[in-house]
Design a protein around this ligand. Sequence first.
Ligand SMILES: [Zn+2]
Length: 271
Amino acid sequence: MRVHILGVRGSTPAPGPDFLRYGGHTSCLALAHDGALPTLVIDAGTGIRRLSAVLGGRPFRGSIIVGHFHWDHTQGLPFFESALSEEAVVSFLAPDQGPGGDVEAVLTRAMSPPHFPITPAQLPGTWRFAALQPGEHEIEGFRILALEIPHKGGRTFGYRVSDGKATIAYMSDHWPLSFGPGPDGLGEYHETAVALAGGADVLFHDAQYTDEELPSRAGRRGNGAGAALTAVLTRKVGGAWRTRAGYRLWPWSCASCWPRTTTSCARASAS
Ligand SMILES: [Zn+2]
């Protein structure tokens, strides 16, 4: 499996020299089978624009799954050039939002006049919009486990993706259920987050705040941002920390908070 990391920012894109190292685009990963072009995209933040260059001008034929509908996970969609061609064939899949939550209708609420010039139905190419249920799926030749994780403002899924040789876990927006003692003093862990992370080779996880900042910052803003320490502990609980020598953590973060969160990660890893 090859993973293209095309956007790691939360909330809103941020241009400028301060963001060159970790980038200014919002969330997007593109996954490819060995020796092939990407066919599976996780999240359609503005980072998805960069996928057109990876595809070398070829039309995109594959699936886009989003963790949820927030802007930083969907706003790149109408700017993904490789999907805006008559030869493009795209399945757009999102967590089932319940009664009245038809995927295309939900997307159209944000992507239609007067908010945006066109609707999803007016995108060129062949598009299919469908809801994902929690559970196991086979999409573009990848095995995908989708489970609901805590996040504010719409149903949110985390994903675990395997090609049979490698496994990644993706939880861009995830925070503890509560703050308090718990097994490591950060509240109780959410069982689906632990299930998604356990044994994965790479965990992609929210890391906006340090463990010291999380209770007051995340609680006050209510935006669901997780902490670096939460990520580290999640993988510990999942067992991957102990069993995978090559295991790596990719914190979803911003350049300005990166030094703080990586310090937090390093401290937690050493403990
Ligand atoms: Zn969100």
